[in-house]
Ligand binder design. Structure first.
Ligand code: NAD
Ligand code: UGA
Length: 454
């Protein structure tokens, strides 16, 4: 099938590449010329394991093209994905201006033939109908330019197809989804979407081919939009729940890792997303929980639970500071080394990373902050990182530190020579913000280990 994906970020690029990989003919559009240039040369503008290799093979097979020409993409695609960003505005509301610009652009370029316009971006409830209206506005503007009351015939439906991939495992998640959600009032559109995803639904690209097909949840537009917000809000709540339990464990002397295992094996609860630590961050949980709160506010509904979840998460990010103060007392004049900066491992994404709040607070308290991150140290990403010295090797990070804080659980941090690092340090404190490191080994190496809820 002929597909156009508009917006080539973490979601759009992965979607475009994976759809090309399963045999569709895909054009990816972005208005960022630099990105287009890079992708045309076979390079991915984001770090996502496996993405560059898959992208290059699709380019070689000639079923993946990149362009900044929206008209080219719209005319090509029978299915048009909108996958641009929907960041949070300062009041928590979702900023839909990029979706609006794309919808308008689609309307201005819509050619003949039936098309499905897919909201892949996470958008506020009601955006399906709103996108339809904006597309039609674009069509009307073109009619005005034609003059003489000329009409342009267009035929399209809007589908909400929320995305559930996680950064760092985006390709795996795309080929092995737990479900595919399709929200629309049109059977024709739903059937085309099922045809598009057929190889995935039939697990032809899945790691486990157990004979079952992937569940497809067909809903109305509004419910599909709500499923996305509800899923992210539930997962954020689950993490905040275990973080709250961890904080109580710290008081009473229980071990949250054992507690998480003990409750997680109850199939009604499940073991996933029970990793206690410094809280959730990233480009989606924070903004999506805030957006849902904002939507409920519009209806004068007080979302006490989600507001508490956000408050708790804000506190959780700074829990490592409390732990450092317990051990070092005064942070002014101390040198703190951060292991990891990105909001989670296997990504270069720094959006709303807990490290940013930790750096800000440590700096406010007068500490000097250094950091080593496998991706940030290599690529020199500087966004939001003005108050931290980025070290390019782990021994330079350890040098003269009063304490180390593990912020992001990169696999390579399991294999560091901690004994050698300790020799370089001023003090032996290590705060494991993700309960990730081997506590016994670190103690043997001479560290004073502090976890979360241990
Ligand atoms: P992103 O910021 O990484 O990428 C957005 C891309 O859209 C950028 O490359 C930008 O240049 C491009 N763009 C903006 N305006 C454009 C325009 N008018 N025309 C063409 N291109 C334009 O965003 P993302 O992280 O990929 O997220 C996209 C959407 O998917 C968001 O709504 C997000 O909530 C949702 N989502 C993201 C993830 C994730 O893991 N990042 C997962 C699920 C859902
Ligand atoms: C999350 C969801 O998992 C995806 O399903 C969704 O598509 C995506 O948001 C989105 O809408 O953008 P992502 O943000 O990539 O994916 O990463 P997660 O693995 O969910 O982690 C989010 C945050 O929660 C990270 O900061 C992570 O460190 C934290 N986390 C996660 C915990 O603190 N504990 C856990 O047990 C799991």
């Amino acid at each position: 099938m002929k597909v156009c994906v508009i917006g080539t970020g973490y979601v759009g690029l992965v979607t475009g590449v994976c759809l090309a990989n399963i045999g569709h003919n895909v054009i990816c559009i972005d208005n960022n010329e630099e990105k287009i240039k890079l992708m045309k040369s076979g390079q991915s503008p984001i770090y996502e394991p496996g993405l560059s290799e898959l992208m290059q093979s699709c380019i070689t097979n000639k079923n993946l093209l990149f362009s900044s020409d929206l008209k080219l993409g719209v005319e090509h695609g029978e299915i048009l994905f909108i996958a641009v960003g929907t960041p949070a505005l300062p009041n928590g509301e979702s900023d839909t201006r990029y979706v609006e610009a794309v919808a308008k652009g689609i309307g201005e370029n819509l050619n003949q033939g039936y098309k499905v316009i897919v909201n892949k971006s996470t958008v506020p409830i009601g955006s399906g109908d709103w996108v339809k209206m904006i597309v039609l506005d674009g069509v009307k503007e073109r009619e005005k330019l034609l003059g003489n009351n000329q009409k342009i015939e267009v035929d399209f439906d809007v589908v909400s197809n929320p995305e559930f991939l996680r950064e760092g495992s985006a390709i795996y998640d795309t080929f092995n989804p737990d479900r595919i959600v399709l929200g629309s009032e049109s059977n024709q559109a739903i059937n085309l979407m099922k045809k598009l995803y057929e190889p995935i639904i039939l697990r032809q690209f899945a790691e486990e081919k157990n004979g079952d097909s992937i569940p497809v949840v067909v809903t109305d537009l509004t419910s599909a939009e709500m499923i996305k917000y509800a899923a992210n809000s539930f997962l954020a709540t689950k993490i905040s729940f275990i973080n709250e339990i961890a904080n109580i464990c710290d008081k009473v002397g229980a071990d949250v890792t054992q507690v998480a295992q003990g409750i997680g094996l109850d199939s009604r609860i499940g073991t996933k997303f029970l990793q206690a630590g410094i809280g959730w961050g990233g480009s989606c949980f924070p903004k999506d929980v805030s957006a849902l709160i904002h939507i409920a506010d519009d209806y004068n509904y007080e979302v006490d639970l989600l507001k508490s979840v956000v408050k708790l998460n804000q506190h959780q990010r700074l829990i490592v500071i409390e732990k450092l103060q317990n051990k070092l007392k005064i942070l002014k004049g101390k040198i703190i080394g951060l292991l990891g900066l990105t909001f989670k491992p296997d990504t270069d994404d720094m959006r709303d990373a807990p490290s940013l709040d930790i750096i800000k607070e440590l700096t406010r308290l007068g500490a000097k902050v250094k950091a080593y991150d496998p991706i940030v140290s290599q690529t020199g990403i500087s966004h939001g990182l003005s108050d931290v010295i980025i070290e390019t090797n782990i021994m330079m990070l350890a040098d003269s530190c009063d304490a180390l804080v593990l912020v992001t659980e990169w696999q390579e941090f399991l294999k560091l020579d901690y004994q050698k690092m300790l020799e370089k340090m001023n003090n032996n404190i290590i705060v494991d913000g993700r309960n990730f490191l081997d506590k016994k080994l670190l103690k043997l190496a001479g560290f004073n280990y502090v976890g979360i809820g241990h």
